[in-house]
Design a protein around this ligand. Structure first.
Ligand code: MTE
Ligand code: HPA
Ligand code: MOS
Length: 777
């Protein structure tokens, strides 16, 4: 049913086919490019399959007076039309807590909320019938902005405050002060493969769901909740996603749940694949943020006190807004140290999509606060922003190295990534060159901007920092690898396979990479928070080592040596040293183990050690470690049109001792370009009635291949193994480099000669900023 196994990777001269550290291509790279990789919609459809489509609310807030499903039921090909009353279990899809209906009941809470679902014999029939559903809704006043939600004190989570020192005294004592406000937009995930699930009912109340999900276990739980059954009746599996980016952490669960409801009610398999428009209307996005802050500083640019409010637009429901705001608050100082701080984070309730995880999970929004502070303080002091940022780096030049919540950062790595990015980018030479250009060109302006990041790695909810794996060795020595992590294009599967290849000393071609399934590894966390390879790498390593130890016993007996002296390498078990003439082929040894009745299957488990967090005090050491990075970007702006291009970007990113430098490089490039899209061309636009009008690629502009900086120099920080005990001393890479795109926004400020810029910096905003500056010198 699923594309489960990895065909042998092609032999490529010059590339090592070995374990950790090898720059191997993604295990599905060829299949992705030839189109042979099978995504959920490519799988053979089960007999009797029905297709589902939603009817969505056209109104942002209102009383649902009537919902006549009759006309839809009468349409050709329609088998059933279901609403809130047809949910067999609970009509609740909240990932945390309760109170988030799948189908609106009584009150409609945003334009795009599912009202009903049509099941028909073809997808077109389902979509046509869904379009016939005309709800009667009495409109109520809708809250459509963060500012409005904040002024009404309408929150989806309890606000949180992180404090250190005495901020009032700190601000009063500072020689200089700035008070400011700015706004930052959200972002649509725009995964190439939209949300999709296929649910197949089985015997005894079983439900098998193939889901494009980052979180099979949560999808399992939500499916069980809407069906009103035990978890053990539900299996959720995912071989790969065509991108997730956080958008398939919680949202995939309710898509799976809807398909499962259809399958339960009709007794037939159901496929639910959201059209792009429905996907963009119904699913949450990156949280937009509103910032209000006051900073105290001196004329040298040293920032000594900061009071800030970070207000996120949570949308209509809670979802994961608590985690996102927590990460924004803990990342609000980013790589800098400020002694007296008070950072308040909240998520307001609005009548918008329920905003959710998106690469960085609030971290980028947090770091943006410090960038705004640094740039405005720099302007006030007449100093370059780079200098002000570096003057405030945590852990250097007499600055403390402790975050306000009490965890230490590594100041030496912060200054090192910045020094290297500055050097790589030929900062001083280009600064002069750009100044000369700007002095002479009548309409074009060039600008240079930078970014430095310190991103905490671990889930903010401590118990999520765990993972499991299941490894089998068959009697021919071939290995089957399974773990709780999901593959969304980020290269997790190849990295974990590399880890297992090292444990057994066998080449990757002997290791089958298999689909994630709740029936193989249960009770997993989402593949999120960039922790996929950290957690699942260790879990798989532990499983493999359990088997390897058993195999070593058998080999040792055969060799007549102690088990500790058996070495696994080059697809063999060796007596004492590789190249010695006493060895067993790995396959021979596996066969021997089988004959000796030794188990060749094991589970592995891992939990991140040493992390802790006190929710009440807002203190602790919640991160296993920090990831560091720095970037420099150059832009050129057309001051007549407001358009710009990023001409060159230099990046130095800390990946520890990279498990796979080729994959990590791809992650850095992709995260950067995705971040650039967020800050420049991607603009979500809701009309005055709160209806999202950017619902496809024609109105929502994601970066294309021509937006990639023509000079794009990405480098992994060298000789910097992780200091904490990560798997092979590697570091997470999935999210942190997204923050490096902030250098583009900073370069735009530089080009325009402004100290702040509302984002995304669309041509309109750039033009307005330029005009304002020209009129008000
Ligand atoms: N890379 C690709 N190609 N596609 C994705 O969907 N998601 C990102 C990142 N890189 C994503 C990606 C996000 S949001 C996270 S949290 C991490 O991958 C998750 O995977 P990891 O923990 O294995 O790095
Ligand atoms: N990142 C992503 N997803 C999450 C997190 C996080 O820190 N915490 C809970 N879900
Ligand atoms: Mo990533 S936003 O943690 O899925």
């Amino acid at each position: 049913m699923m594309d489960g196994t990895l065909p042998r990777p092609p032999k490529e001269p010059g590339l090592p086919h070995k374990g950790p550290g090898a720059a191997l291509r993604h295990d599905s790279a060829l299949k992705h490019t030839t189109g042979e990789a099978r995504f959920a919609d490519d799988l053979a459809e089960p007999a009797g399959l029905l297709h589902a489509a939603f009817a969505l609310s056209p109104v942002a807030h209102g009383r649902l007076l009537a919902l006549d499903l009759g006309p839809a039921r009468a349409m050709p090909g329609v088998v059933a039309v279901l609403g809130a009353g047809d949910v067999p279990g609970e009509n609740d899809i909240a990932p945390i807590g309760k109170g988030e209906p799948l189908f609106a009941e009584g009150i409609v809470q945003f334009a795009g909320q599912p009202l009903a679902m049509v099941l028909a014999t073809t997808r077109d029939a389902a979509l046509l019938a869904a379009a016939e559903i005309a709800p009667e809704i009495e409109a109520l006043p809708a809250v459509l902005s963060v500012a409005e939600g904040f002024s009404r004190a309408q929150f989806v989570i309890d606000p949180m405050v992180m404090r250190r020192g005495d901020v009032a005294a700190g601000l009063a004592a500072a020689p200089l002060r700035i008070e400011a406000e700015f706004h930052l937009g959200g972002q649509e995930h725009f995964y190439l493969e939209g949300q999709i699930a296929i649910a197949t009912p089985g015997e005894d109340g079983e439900m098998q769901v193939l889901s494009s999900t980052q979180h099979p276990t949560e999808a399992q739980h939500i499916v069980a909740r809407v069906l009103g059954c035990d978890y053990n009746r539900v299996t959720v599996a995912c071989r790969r996603m065509g991108g997730g980016f956080g958008g398939k952490e919680s949202n995939a669960s309710w898509v799976a749940a809807a398909a499962a409801i259809g399958a339960r009610v009709t007794g037939r398999p159901v496929k639910l694949r959201l059209a792009r428009r429905a996907d963009m209307l119904a699913t949450g996005k990156r949280h937009p943020f509103l910032y209000r802050w006051t900073a105290g500083f001196d004329a040298s640019g040293r920032i000594t006190a900061l009071r800030a409010l970070l207000a996120a637009d949570g949308g209509w429901s809670t979802d994961m807004s608590g985690g996102v705001v927590w990460r924004a608050v803990t990342h609000a100082l980013n790589c800098c140290h400020v002694e007296d701080v008070e950072i308040t984070g909240c998520a307001v309730r609005t009548n918008m999509q329920s905003h959710t995880a998106f690469r960085g999970f609030g971290g980028p929004q947090g770091a943006m606060l410090m960038e705004d502070v640094v740039h405005r303080v720099a302007a006030a002091c007449g100093l370059p922003p780079e200098e002000v940022r570096a003057r405030n780096f945590a852990g250097v030049a007499g600055n403390g190295d402790e975050t306000p919540y009490g965890q230490k950062v590594e100041g030496d790595l912060i200054s090192r990534v910045w020094a290297e990015a500055r050097r790589d980018s030929e900062w001083d030479r280009r600064r002069a060159e750009i100044a000369a250009f700007n002095a002479t060109h009548p309409t074009l302006r060039r600008g240079l901007g930078s970014m430095v990041l310190a991103f905490g790695i671990s889930f903010g909810i401590m118990h999520l920092n765990q993972a499991g794996a299941l490894v089998h060795v068959y009697s021919d020595g071939s290995v089957r690898l399974n773990h709780g992590g999901t593959e969304m294009g980020q290269g997790l599967f190849i990295k974990v396979a590399q880890v297992v290849s090292a444990a057994f000393g066998v080449d990757l071609e002997h290791i089958a990479i298999t689909a994630t399934s709740t029936s193989e590894v249960p009770n997993t966390s989402a593949t999120a928070a960039s922790t996929g390879s950290d957690l699942n790498g260790w879990a798989a390593h532990n499983a493999a080592m359990t088997i390897r130890d058993r195999m070593a016993e058998v080999a040792a007996k055969r060799f007549g040596i102690a088990p500790e002296l058996v070495v696994f390498a080059d697809n063999r078990a060796w007596a004492e040293r590789i190249g010695a003439n006493l060895f067993l082929d790995f396959g021979e040894l596996a066969k021997l183990c089988y004959l000796e009745r030794v188990s060749l299957s094991a589970t592995g488990f891992y939990k991140t050690p040493d992390i802790h967090w006190d929710r009440v005090a807002m203190r602790g050491a919640p991160f296993f470690y920090f990831s560091y990075g720095a970037s420099v970007s150059e832009v050129i702006v057309d001051t007549l049109t407001g358009e710009h291009r990023c001409l060159r970007t230099d990046i130095v990113q800390d990946c520890g001792r990279s498990l796979n430098p080729a994959v990590d490089r791809g992650q850095i490039e992709g995260a950067f370009v995705q971040g650039m899209g967020w800050l420049t061309c991607e603009e979500l636009w809701w009309d005055a009635q709160g209806r999202l009008r950017t619902v496809g690629p024609s109105t929502y502009k994601i970066p294309g291949s021509r937006d990639v900086p023509p000079a794009f120099n990405v480098r992994l920080l060298e000789g910097a193994p992780a200091r904490s005990e990560t798997i092979f001393r590697s570091k997470a890479v999935g999210e942190p480099p997204l923050l490096l795109a902030i250098s583009v926004a900073n370069a735009l400020k530089d080009a325009l000669g402004v100290e702040t810029l509302d984002l995304p910096a669309t041509p309109e905003r750039v033009l307005m900023a330029w005009r304002k500056r020209a009129i008000l010198p």
